[in-house]
Write a protein that binds this ligand. Structure first.
Ligand code: SF4
Length: 336
C-alpha cells in the first residue's frame, strides 16, 4: 500500500487534505501522539470515521514482527514479514534511530553484502517503509530514520521519496535526521534536489579507484568517484548538511596507502564526513574484517590529514548483523 493510495482512498470518502494529514499523522506518531489530543474521530467526516477501523487494521498488517535480535551495543535487529510473506530487516539503532529497508533484495549486487546475492525480489512500498518506523516507534522513541537497510533507495525512488515526505512532515523527524543512502545515481540527485523534504545524503564510496569500486559494486551506476563527490558536494551545499561517505573497510582490499591517499585527495576540503565501518565478516563471503586497532589507526591518520572521519561498528554486528543475513537464513531467495 502506498501513501498516495491511502490519501486517494480517504479523499474518495470526502476527507480534505487536512483530514488526510490527521489520519496519517496519527498513524506515524503512534501511541505517543494520542496523549492529551482530541480523538481523530471527533474531527473527521462521518464516512472517514466509519472507514478508520478497517484502515487501521490494514496499516497494522503491513509489517509483522517475526523475530528480534538484541545486541550488547543497544541495537536490536528485527526480522519483519510483509503482507505477502516476503521478509525485510529493520534495525533499532542506539540513540533513537531506526534503519529501514527499501527493497526486498537488491539489484546492485555489492560483493560484500548478503542482500545483493539474490538480486531484486520486489520493491518495498512507501506504506511498508513507514510501517517499519511505526513498528520501531512502538518499541522505543525514533528521532532518526536511515535508509541503509536492505535495498538501494535510488532504485525505488517514488516509494522512498513518498515515505521521506511523510516522515519529514507528519512524524516529527527533523529533515537532517532522515538519511538517504545510495551508491550514487543521477536520478536520485535530481529528485533529492527538488524534494519538499530534503534528507541528508549518505554515499557509499568504498574505494576511490574506479576499477575497484566497479568490481565491489558491480551494478552501481558507473560514476567516477570524482563525479560522485562533485554531485555530493552540490547537494550538501544545497541541503545544508554534510555528505556522509560510507566506507566498509575490507582487509587487504581498500585499507592500503593508495586508497588513503585517494580519500585525502577526494574529500579534503569538502563538506563531508567519512564514516568508516570495519566489515562484519560473513562466513559465506570471502572478505575479512581488519582488526579494530588497524581501523583506528587508519581513521586517526585520515583525521590528521584533514578528513573528518568517524569509525564505528555496524549496529548489532555480533548477531548475524550484516545486512541481509537474518533474512537470508530465515527465507532463502524466493521470487514472486
Ligand atoms: Fe544493495 Fe546496499 Fe547490499 Fe549494495 S550494500 S547490494 S546497495 S543492499
Amino acid at each position: 500500500m502506498r501513501i498516495s493510495a491511502i490519501r486517494a482512498r480517504l479523499a474518495a470518502l470526502g476527507a480534505l487534505p487536512l483530514h488526510q494529514e490527521r489520519v496519517l499523522r496519527d498513524w506515524v506518531q503512534g501511541a505517543a501522539h494520542e496523549r492529551g489530543r482530541r480523538p481523530a474521530s471527533d474531527f473527521l467526516p462521518k464516512p472517514v470515521r466509519a472507514a478508520l477501523p478497517a484502515l487501521d487494521a490494514e496499516l497494522a498488517a503491513l509489517v509483522r514482527l517475526v523475530s528480534r535480535h538484541p545486541a550488547a551495543d543497544g541495537s536490536e535487529r528485527l526480522l519483519l514479514a510483509l503482507g505477502d510473506g516476503q521478509m525485510v530487516e529493520t534495525v533499532l539503532l542506539p540513540r533513537d534511530g531506526v534503519c529501514v529497508s527499501s527493497q526486498v533484495g537488491c539489484a546492485v549486487g555489492c560483493r560484500f553484502c548478503m542482500t545483493g546475492r539474490d538480486g531484486l525480489l520486489r520493491q518495498v512500498t512507501s506504506g511498508e517503509i513507514v510501517a517499519q518506523v511505526v513498528l520501531a516507534r512502538a518499541r522505543r522513541p525514533v528521532k532518526k530514520v536511515v535508509f541503509m537497510g536492505m535495498g538501494e533507495p535510488s532504485h525505488n525512488l517514488d516509494n522512498v521519496m513518498e515515505a521521506i515526505e511523510l516522515l519529514g512532515t507528519e512524524a516529527g523527524i527533523a529533515h537532517k535526521n532522515l538519511v538517504f543512502s545510495t551508491v550514487g545515481d543521477l536520478r536520485a540527485f535530481e529528485r533529492l534536489a527538488e524534494a519538499r523534504v530534503r534528507p541528508a545524503l549518505a554515499l557509499s564510496l568504498h574505494s576511490t579507484r574506479a576499477a575497484l569500486r566497479a568490481e565491489l559494486l558491480p551494478r552501481a551506476p558507473q560514476l567516477e568517484p570524482r563525479d560522485l563527490a562533485e554531485h555530493g558536494e552540490r547537494y550538501a551545499r544545497l541541503s545544508g548538511y554534510p555528505v556522509q561517505y560510507q566506507w566498509t573497510l575490507l582487509e587487504g582490499v581498500n585499507d592500503g596507502p593508495e586508497e588513503l591517499d585517494g580519500i585525502v585527495e577526494l574529500l579534503r576540503g569538502k563538506y563531508a564526513i567519512l564514516n568508516m565501518i570495519p566489515y562484519n565478516t560473513v562466513p559465506e563471503l570471502a572478505y575479512r574484517r581488519p582488526s579494530w586497532e588497524r581501523a583506528r589507526d587508519i581513521a586517526a591518520g585520515l583525521r590528521a590529514r584533514g578528513v573528518l572521519t568517524t569509525l564505528r561498528d555496524s549496529a548489532g554486528q555480533e548477531v548475524d548483523g550484516g545486512c541481509g543475513q537474518l533474512r537470508a537464513r530465515a527465507q532463502p531467495a524466493r521470487r514472486i
